[in-house]
Design a protein around this ligand. Structure first.
Ligand code: ADP
Ligand code: MG
Length: 328
């Protein structure tokens, strides 16, 4: 890295933001980190490429917020406590103003979730970033995709479809008023990783996944890995007020089922644990909505008020649309 870039890192990326157990942070060849005694390290990485995963000309503060929030969502889906992250940043040029704004957004989220930036790499090229997040979870306590069983209830933690609606607005396929615009941009750039809920679900939920590619695709991963099927009841899928008002119910559902970018959790709860979960929901500690049940079948089957229905398409598949299979 050139001296200019080193100064950028010293100035903008060496900041306090929490995260226990940092023995040595940014500045040496490696960071040195103390994993809490008796805990496993949960590690996850996401890459966001300019004009593929976000518009290149978007506000750098928002790009950074989204990048870290999306990564933290993976820790939430395991029930892990966020501790540290690293950042691989590729920039077309070392523009201090851009980096300053980017770091402001990044550390706003880092402080909110008490995660420390402990290292990274900075290179020149087309705008992209790779973040790796590290969290801690008790051995055997993680919310694995393979832990669903027939008879389990399926829940989601909040409205689905906002991410796809926001993308339609960004692509100028959907015109909206100021308040819906602000709501949707906030949901797109500042998704709320369900870290607290994920941790409360440890010992309570069976399987969990964060919804990044649409409910059908992501619940489908739970089904594949648990070797079960799922029945979901479309009239129970929570849609936000703005989406319900902006478009038809069918369009809202299509976004919820196949759109992606929502970063809510989808999780399963055994019949024995449902009462405990419902009491956490009633007391306001967890927000979650029952949408269906795990079955002995295969794939995700959709029902609408008692009738079987087949959705128009599948969740966004990054590489191989031809392999999409709803199991319906
Ligand atoms: P090396 O040549 O050993 O890879 P670098 O010069 O790339 O080291 O980085 C120097 C220090 O700055 C290291 O501690 C590294 O982790 C940190 N660093 C580099 N880029 C970033 C970044 N984008 N975010 C956070 N830390 C970074
Ligand atoms: Mg390096």
């Amino acid at each position: 890295m050139s001296l200019g870039e080193f100064e950028l890192i010293e100035t903008y990326f060496r900041q306090e933001s929490g995260g226990a157990g940092v023995a040595l942070g940014i500045g040496d060849d490696c960071a040195l980190l103390n994993v809490p005694a008796g805990q496993q390290l949960a590690v996850s990485m996401d890459t966001l490429v300019g004009d593929v995963h976000f518009p290149k000309n978007a506000d750098p503060e928002l790009i950074a917020e989204r990048a870290l929030r999306v990564n933290l969502s993976d820790l939430a889906a395991m029930g892990a406590e966020p501790l540290w992250f690293t950042l691989g940043l590729t920039l077309p040029k070392a523009d201090p103003q851009w980096v300053k704004a980017f770091s402001q957004g990044l550390f706003r989220v880092a402080r909110e979730y008490s995660v420390a930036l402990v290292g990274g790499d900075t290179t020149r090229g087309n705008l992209s970033m790779t973040l790796q997040v590290h969290g801690a979870v008790k051995p055997g306590a993680s919310l694995l995709r393979g832990n669903a069983s027939p008879g389990d209830q399926i829940y989601v933690t909040g409205a689905l479809g906002d991410g796809a609606a926001a993308l339609a607005v960004i692509k100028q396929e959907l015109g909206v008023g100021a308040s819906a615009f602000n709501y949707l941009m906030d949901r797109y750039y500042r998704p709320q990783p369900q870290v607290e809920t994920g941790r409360l679900l440890v010992g309570l939920a069976g399987a969990a996944i964060d919804i990044s590619d649409g409910l059908i695709a992501d619940l489908g991963h739970i089904c594949e890995q648990s070797v079960v099927g799922a029945s979901i009841h479309l009239e129970k899928i929570p849609l936000s007020e703005p989406v319900a008002q902006l478009v038809s119910f069918e369009q809202g559902l299509d976004w919820a089922l196949s759109g992606g970018d929502d970063y809510q959790l989808c999780f399963t709860v055994s019949p024995e644990q449902v009462e405990r979960l419902e009491s956490l929901i009633d007391s306001g500690k967890i927000e979650a909505y029952p949408i269906g049940e795990i079955t002995r079948g295969k794939g995700v089957a959709c029902w609408y008020k008692g009738d079987r229905v087949v959705p128009s398409n599948n969740g966004f598949q990054h590489f191989n649309p031809a392999e999409a299979d709803t199991g319906a």
